[in-house]
Every structure is written in C-alpha cells, then in structure tokens.
Design a protein around this ligand. Sequence first.
Ligand SMILES: [Zn+2]
Length: 360
Amino acid sequence: MREKIQKIRENFELEFRQFQEIDFLRLSLSDAEGLMRNLQEFKAKHTGKKSEIAEAKKLIKEIPPEERAEFGRSVQEAERQMLSLIQEAEKRLKDFIAETKIRRETLDVTIPGFRWRTGHLHPITILRQKIEDIFVSMGYAVEDDREIENDYYNFDALNIPEGHPAREAQDTFYTTKGLALRSQTSTVQIRAMERRGVPIRIIAPGKVFRNDTPDPTHVPMFHQVEGLCVDKGISMAHLKGTVAEWLRRLFGKETKIRMRPSYFPFTEPSAEFDCSCFKCSGTGIFQDEKCRPCKGTGWIELGGCGMVHPNVLKNCGVNPEIYSGFAFGFGLERMCAMLYSIDDIRLMFENDIRFLRQFR
Ligand SMILES: [Zn+2]
C-alpha cells in the first residue's frame, strides 16, 4: 500500500515539473493564460473525484484495522502536499497574469515620447524656392518644360548650329537620333517665347544633363536657373540692375556684383557675373584666414549672362529691330555648396540621410 502512494506521488511530480520550471522573464501573457488552463486540468486529473488519490481513499476502509490509521494519514498527507503545490503554482501564474495586464493598461506619462521622423525639403529645393520667390516678387513667371529635347531647341534655336564648337563643350546624353537630354534650360526660353510671345519675363529652373564623370565639382545631372526678359528698350543696364537686385535679396543688402566680358553663342554681348563673397563681405579674409568660398579673392563666380542674340530672337519670331532682351543663367549646386560649405556636390545626390538631415 505504501508503494501505491509512492507511485501516485511520483506520477504527480513528474507531470507537475512543467509548472515549476516556468521562465517568467520570457513568458508572454497568452502563454501564461494557457498554462493556467493546463494547471486546472492537471488539478482535476490528480486531485479530482476520479484521481488516483481519490481511489486510494476509497481503499482505506478495506485495510486491516491495525494498518488503517497509518495508511489513512499517509494518503491525507500526500493529498495535502499535492494540493498545496498546485495552489502555489496557481498563485504564481495568477499574480503574473494580473501584473502583466496592469503593466499593459497603465499609461506612464513620464516616459519620453516617440518622435516621428518627418521628411523635409532637399537643400537644392530650398534654394530653388527662395530664388523663385524673389523673381516672382519682381514680376517674373516660373516656367518649366521637357527634359528630353531635340537638336533644334537644345542647339540650333540657341544659335549653336551643327559643327559649332559650343556643342562639344555641352556634350550630353543622346537617346534616339535627334533627341537628347537637355544640356541647358535655355531651351525653355525658346519654347516660352514661341508660346507666349513678347514682352516676356520668365525664369526657368530645372534639371540639365552633361556627359561628365562625377567628381567633387561635377555631376552628370544638375540644376540650372535661367532668366529671360524681352521687351522694347531693354538694355545691359536692366540686366545689371536685375542681377544685382536678386543677389542682394538672396545674400543681403551689402552684396555687390561685377561683370566680366565673356562669350556665349546665344548672347551678344556676353558676360559672366560674380557677387561679393557673402562670407567675408568681399575682403577675402574670414576669421583671420583666407576665406574658403571665394578662395581669398572676395568674389564668387556665379553664372553667365548677356543680351539675347538677334538670331535667337529671330528664331522665335521676334523682330530684333523692335525688341531686345537679356538672359542669365547659373547652377544651383555650386551656389548651394558655397552657401552651406559643402566640399563635394556629389553628396547632394547620394541620399545619405545623415547629410540631408542637416538641412531640416
Ligand atoms: Zn570670401
């Protein structure tokens, strides 16, 4: 009889192990609830009416009287111990489930909030929008057009006939015969003049393409802004005044400009325009050292300009005897690189979030 009770205890302990070896640190709420259900089944199986211990209790009255008392005690003792172990396991699981639920439902207002990462404009876009705002306030319209152009609009209409050396300098990417990625936004000027006629005042910001190998100062795709003003009696003085005004609005009231003679096929006369350095105010020295954006010269080269060539006006059906106009153009990347002291313009197109985040 003693062996029988021993056996019952052994079976109980073997199965009960799963409730003793619970890793509460890794236990999920649903697993805990599952274990609780198992424990109730286990309790019914080992201590219920049909359990082995219940069977053993029924045998007490069949035991000879001299052994009955001792057997009865050991059966009761075994039952008591089993129930107490089950109750302990029940309590541990119950506490765990209750605590986990409370933790889930409590709102701790002292925990630092989660910051959503929002996007922001690219530095090139920021600069482009600033420039657009300035020109719109000066009465200019913002024009945009196709990036794939034919030879006529990219070259011929701009007074760059086939065989002209300027075509070589603006080598771009040709798609099918006669079509190429535009090498300058001047194409927009031609199309706008054809469509709107004159007088006209527009700027054309947009992407242009050159067959260049990327290096710190060259990329095969970059952004230009071109301006065009055609009306009766427009002179070089209007050009100079316009360039000086928008640069003052962008870089500050003290900004000075200068023009140097140059050559472009689509303007005559042509010039390059520089502005006084916004960092050293034209002195060439910044914080007792040679100023970096202007390389110590006090001037920053920005772009090209000039009076629209009579041939270009004729190509657009405008009579150069009545109308005259000026045009100018510059690159956004170079200007952006100088404004933000960026050494390598390729950084602007690598989409490295660590770089772009600085311009938030
Ligand atoms: Zn400087």
